[in-house]
Structure formats: C-alpha cells, structure tokens
Write a protein that binds this ligand. Sequence first.
Ligand SMILES: NC(=O)c1ccc[n+]([C@@H]2O[C@H](COP(=O)([O-])OP(=O)(O)OC[C@H]3O[C@@H](n4cnc5c(N)ncnc54)[C@H](OP(=O)(O)O)[C@@H]3O)[C@@H](O)[C@H]2O)c1
Length: 216
Amino acid sequence: MTRTILIAGPTGLIGTTTVQQALADPQVGQVIALTRRPIGTTHPKLTEWTAPGDDLLAGLRPQQVDAVICCLGTTIHNVGGDKARFIHVDKDLVVGLGRWAKANGVPVMSVVSAIGADAGSGVFYNRVKGEMERDLKAMGLPTLHLFHPSILTGPRQEKRTGERIGIAVATLLSPLLPDRYKPMPHDVLAKALLRSTQVTQSGTHSYRSIRSLASG
Ligand SMILES: NC(=O)c1ccc[n+]([C@@H]2O[C@H](COP(=O)([O-])OP(=O)(O)OC[C@H]3O[C@@H](n4cnc5c(N)ncnc54)[C@H](OP(=O)(O)O)[C@@H]3O)[C@@H](O)[C@H]2O)c1
C-alpha cells in the first residue's frame, strides 16, 4: 500500500531534498507540500497546500495522512533579529503542526530540530528548539521522531556566509570531532527522515542513529 506524506518547509535545504526523495520512493503514493510559496516543481504525486503570509497552518486541510515530516525553520538573521518571529517559525508553527497531526490521527511525526536542543538552555536557539520538543512530547503523539543534526551540508541557494565558514571548519575538523558534532549531509538526513516515518517507536536521533536510519 502506498503512503501519503506531508512535508512542511519543502522549499528549504533539507525540505527540498526530502520532497525529491519522497517523490522518487515507490512506497509513497502522495506527497503534500505545506508551503507559503510555490515549490517550483511539478509531479503527478505532488500536491501543494499553500498558505501565503505568516500563518502556514492556515494551509492545513482535513485529509488523512500517514506521516508528517517537519523541515521548518528560520535563522535570527532572516527575521531581522526579531526573536518573536523566530519563535513563531521554529516553535509555534512546529507545535501547531503537531496539534494538527494529533487531531487528525497521524501515526508518525518526524521533526528536524538541532543538536543542543534544551528547554533549559541559556542559548536562545537551543532553548527555542528545546521548548518546541518539550511541547511536542507533551502532546502524546503516537510516534514522534526528533532529529538532532549538527551543521547541514548541501547546495544552498541563499548566501549564508557564517554558515559556509562553519561548514568549512567543521568539515576540516570532522575526523577529530565527536560524532554528534560532525557535519551532516542533507541527503543523508532526508533519507533518515523518510525512513523514520516507517519506524513506530519514538526516538531522538543524532549523528549515528541518523546515519543508521538512512542506511537501514
Ligand atoms: N542548516 C543547518 O545547518 C541546520 C543544522 C541543524 C538543524 N537545522 C534545522 O533544520 C531545519 C531545516 O533547516 P534548513 O537549513 O533546511 O532550513 P531552510 O533552508 O532555511 O528552510 C526552512 C524552511 O522553512 C520555511 N519557512 C521559514 N519561515 C517560514 C514562515 N514564516 N512560514 C512558513 N514557512 C517558513 C522556508 O520557507 P521559505 O522558502 O518560503 O522561506 C523553508 O521551506 C531547521 O529547523 C533548522 O533549524 C539546520
């Protein structure tokens, strides 16, 4: 039986690859892209639920789906330093998506969070990610997969100088770094996200388990 997978954040580095891999997967019958702008690709298996503006959740419809994959996120730079807007994307939209998944009986939700996510952290980014995870866990979703990659590598269109320097340094130091800090290729993470939608036991995945899911 083919499956329907909803992917939020389908225009980003990891979301774009996840959509492409899902479209190429014979076990996936329909890919729903939840997005604020057209994703720029057409495919017989692809449906776009578009909600322009800042309320992405307005695009959600009462359709049964087999799994939700969340690749949403922004950077403090992209929101002009506005912490409330960062929280809106990286926490409120993700948690709202979780509520929709719970209400619609979605069996699995897989979310890209980040290494260091911790609701008690003094670091703003880590704290927001941690609070997002805490709120999702409290919902009692049937299966919740949380992904903790370190820096992602891949073909990003947008110019992010700091990130590029971070990737170069992390790649250079990679052999010396503990596994969980090693750079994560975007396509490996995408594969692991897709595979996780067929794993019914909840889990938090960092470098090793992401690689093992991707190759399993
Ligand atoms: N990149 C890394 O090195 C890294 C490392 C660890 C964890 N992560 C986490 O992984 C996730 C994905 O990262 P990425 O690098 O793939 O992100 P990305 O390339 O910036 O893509 C983010 C996605 O979220 C969407 N989005 C952002 N703001 C939105 C809004 N207000 N309303 C609706 N959609 C919105 C974007 O849509 P638009 O295209 O319309 O803007 C895009 O589809 C994020 O949660 C990030 O924190 C990333």
